[in-house]
Design a protein around this ligand. Structure first.
Ligand code: BTN
Length: 271
């Protein structure tokens, strides 16, 4: 599996890892979910920076019980093990930093004008190109382990995209006319961008710099949005800002409201 695609073995991954993130690498040709594998590896004592990479997930997971589609060898699928040691109330900054890093890497490596769609998506021209799933293990109110899972649609030329996402998803190959960078190159860019932003999450300092970078990559700030909450209600308003804990401040008819990642089922831009 993956023989026809760009190389993504452990050597290729560790060769592009410029900092602490990306080594050691556990490469699996196929796995249920890299997040599940990484959570188990972390529980067994894996260090921060260890990464699980695969060509194909048979049970790829999205947020809120959704599934994540891939065809073997055509996506960048990985889970990075983190040991943030931050208080739970800073946890919302992790997906913000990760999404910002993915969008930055897409721009730097491929010239794609990618934007984040709070809380967990990266989009191009309004279509989803990458999804993020951060899962954690808490000790008290401290985030002991976080697994940062990313699925990036890479080379979808020749891929039969399922009907349910054909109109809402895109891929690197769809967005770039010329040859596209190999997955390992993109992973190296992404890990380097994330490692910088991660320091701003765990450093304990004012997250102002992280928020500024995240604002500049956001595709929702200033836009009308509809939010379906986890409880099932629909709230509409204008997305105004990111808050210091990674929430989204929305100006609604009833006044300003702040949403946090766990409270939101879905956010849709309203056109
Ligand atoms: C979403 O958009 O709902 C999040 C999708 C996250 C998918 C990635 S692929 C690698 C990692 N392993 C998983 O099972 N999920 C994440």
């Amino acid at each position: 599996m993956g023989a026809m695609h760009d190389p993504l073995g452990p050597d290729a991954v560790e060769a592009v890892a410029r900092g602490r993130f990306g080594r050691p690498c556990r490469y699996l040709p196929e796995v249920g979910s890299t997040n599940t594998e990484a959570l188990a590896w972390a529980a067994d004592g894996a260090d921060e920076g260890a990464i699980v990479v695969t060509e194909h997930q048979t049970a790829g997971r999205g947020r809120r019980g959704r599934t994540w589609f891939d065809e073997p060898g055509t996506s960048l699928l990985f889970s990075l093990i983190l040991r943030p040691g931050i208080a739970f109330d800073r946890l919302g900054l992790l997906p913000v930093a990760l999404g910002t890093a993915v969008a930055t890497a897409l721009e730097d490596a491929c010239g794609i004008a990618a934007r984040t769609k709070w809380p967990n998506d990266v989009t191009v021209r309004g279509r989803k190109i990458a999804g993020i799933l951060v899962e954690t293990k808490l000790v008290g109110s401290n985030v002991d382990i976080a697994v940062a899972g990313v699925g990036l649609n890479h080379d979808w030329s020749g891929v039969q995209v399922p009907g349910g996402i054909a109109d809402t998803a895109t891929s690197v190959s769809t967005e770039v006319a010329d040859a596209i960078p190999p997955r390992a190159t993109m992973l190296g860019e992404l890990l380097a961008a994330f490692e910088l932003l991660y320091q701003l999450v765990v450093g304990g300092s004012d997250p102002a710099e992280l928020l500024d970078r995240a604002r500049s990559r956001s595709g929702v700030l200033g836009q009308p949005v509809g939010i379906r909450t986890a409880e099932g209600s629909l709230v509409s308003g204008i997305a105004r800002d990111l808050t210091a804990d990674g929430g989204l401040q929305v100006e609604t008819e009833g006044g300003p409201r702040v949403f946090h990642v766990g409270e939101v089922e879905q956010l849709r831009p309203v056109r």
